[in-house]
Design a protein around this ligand. Sequence first.
Ligand code: SF4
Length: 325
Amino acid sequence: MDPILRVENLKVHFPVTQGVLFKRQVGTVKAVDGVSFTLNRGETLGLVGESGCGKSTTGLAIMKMLPASDGRILFDGEDLAGFKGQRQKQFRRSVQMVYQDPFASLNPRMKVRDLIAEPLEVHGMAGDRQAVQTRVSELLDMVGLLPYMADRYPHEFSGGQRQRIGIARALALEPSLIVCDEPVSALDVSIQAQVVNVFMELQRTLGLSYLFIAHDLAVVRHISDRVAVMYLGRIVEIATRRQLYASPLHPYTRALLSAVPVADVETERRRQRIVLKGEVPSPMNPPSGCRFHARCPMAMPQCHNDDPPLRDRGDGQMVACHLAE
Ligand code: SF4
């Protein structure tokens, strides 16, 4: 194993303020509250959970777009917190992000050529006009678009094509890690698979590592080597794709999986949806004990007080649940 990214007990907390000039702190939103995982080189780790569980905040902290309140993030074995000057610039090139809404993330007044060339210029890697032209064409080709498209504006493209432009832009600086924040969630189901295939092909040819954030398990199934499931600021289960989809251990993972339609007609007919009671509690006041206890169909008295740690069962599958102890 060769970790490119190691996240250790990451916490991202936001103060909640009130009063004149919002100076009085009245609480803390614990958006990410003790998350640890490793992403190996060339691997895709799916990070899944309902909206508000902290998965996108985790992605933004990895990008250094949000400060960590506690814990460490190591990139290539080095703590991000210590990156300054040249090392910081190098990091900004090596780690890129692809966003959920390609339309919002692309400046509508810029031609595709300029959108893709912009990061090269910002990092002083553009070269002359001809070199930019060649590199833009190469990047368009890598994501399945044609060279003449460089002269068009984002609104002239479909959602799937716009996301391909977003990917080309992320690739411009030759990153080794891409944080993909819900990159296919805004697309039609029929287009999602095509864009996921683009990601997979690029990984095969360029050896990229992906942290692939999504809100449902159906989307990450095809692309992930391993999957981490988040609930209320914590990871509740991490497993290989095979382990997670064949034998999920955490009741929350089981509930999420029960909502995923199955291709086989007979299995689909027998599929029983686990409907969770109540809403996700506020990250300002997470419940005591197991954070999932108020919604868990398997909750026991112990779960109200004892917070189950994320434990490795010995086969790489890690789960935070008293039932799996
Ligand atoms: Fe449910 Fe208890 Fe397991 Fe939490 S620890 S998931 S409440 S059984």
